[in-house]
Write a new protein. Structure first.
Length: 296
């Protein structure tokens, strides 16, 4: 065990202990035990787990991949975002994090003692607003109602086979981006979704029988919160006049909020990084700076 871990009171751990801590305290999609298990099954990455105890009870846990990365940095091959990392930490606990990252979730501000959220770190993540005005809600509901009356349809991804979701995603993604952004392979998408099927969330929109927009949302549900995450979605440009991207975003946010109210859990919904050219995200979300752990 490294001296820095010993000094900061972290102990070598295992997957089972980590998974139990994650379920109790929550985390992001890229720290979810089911996604970790899927990546571990590939056998090409090494995982080191750590936990911290108070009075005998585990109060925090995290893992490092290939001895250098906290969280799963697999976004180039699988639709699992790596915009921010939320590790399981018990409410009220204050910890020192021995390993480096510049992607700590703002939710951990005040809990990770050696983390700076404004110092030399410009990375910001867009997290969906907790509330919207009555005017906005009425407007968005009206837009969706009009879309449905015109021949639109909104289908839940959780009701669809993984292979079909993968096919629709790749089809609409390539229509949206052409060859300017590399898409995941249908095989990789289907393999991931099959392995983590309870995490599938989000919707796909059809117009007069044709797919027009998709967001592949994954949900990470723990005892106290549900974290939703969405990588780049796909849209057919020929339906731009219907604004299917906005309709879909509202459908996904509404479904997420409804689930959290039903389960009486806190909601966190990430729609990716913030850059000035993506100001449209601020219609839905607030940009929060991620934290950088300062270690020796």
């Amino acid at each position: 065990m490294a001296l820095k871990h010993r000094l900061m009171r972290w102990e070598p751990s295992d997957f089972a202990t980590y998974a139990h801590a994650w379920q109790r305290f929550g985390g992001s999609v890229n720290t979810h035990p089911d996604v970790i298990r899927f990546i571990m099954s590939g056998g090409d990455k090494s995982f080191t787990f750590w936990h911290r105890r108070e009075k005998g009870d585990v109060v925090a846990a995290y893992f490092v991949v290939d001895e250098r990365v906290i969280g799963l940095d697999v976004w180039r091959e699988y639709p699992v975002s790596f915009d921010e990392v939320l590790i399981p930490v018990a409410a009220g606990q204050r910890i020192w994090l021995p390993d480096k990252t510049s992607r700590l979730s703002a939710s951990l501000s005040g809990q990770v003692i050696n983390a700076a959220f404004n110092y030399r770190n410009k990375r910001k993540v867009c997290l969906v607003k907790e509330t919207f005005s009555a005017k906005t809600i009425k407007k968005r509901k009206g837009e969706m109602r009009k879309f449905l009356e015109m021949g639109g349809e909104c289908r839940k991804l959780a009701d669809m086979p993984a292979a079909e979701i993968a096919r629709l995603y790749v089809y609409l993604f390539k229509l949206r981006f052409a060859d300017t952004v590399r898409c995941y392979t249908q095989e990789n998408i289907a393999r991931l979704l099959t392995a983590v099927s309870p995490m599938i969330f989000g919707n796909v929109l059809f117009f007069q029988g044709n797919p027009c927009a998709i967001d592949l949302v994954l949900k990470a549900e723990s005892d106290r919160m549900i974290y939703f995450d969405v990588p780049n979605g796909g849209v057919d440009p020929q339906y731009a006049h219907l604004a299917p991207g906005s309709l879909l975003m509202w459908a996904n946010i509404s479904d997420a909020r409804e689930l959290c109210v039903k389960e009486e859990k806190k909601m966190a919904f990430s729609i990716g990084l913030y850059e000035k050219q993506w100001d449209y995200k601020l219609l839905w979300a607030e940009a929060q700076r991620t934290g950088k752990s300062l270690t020796v």
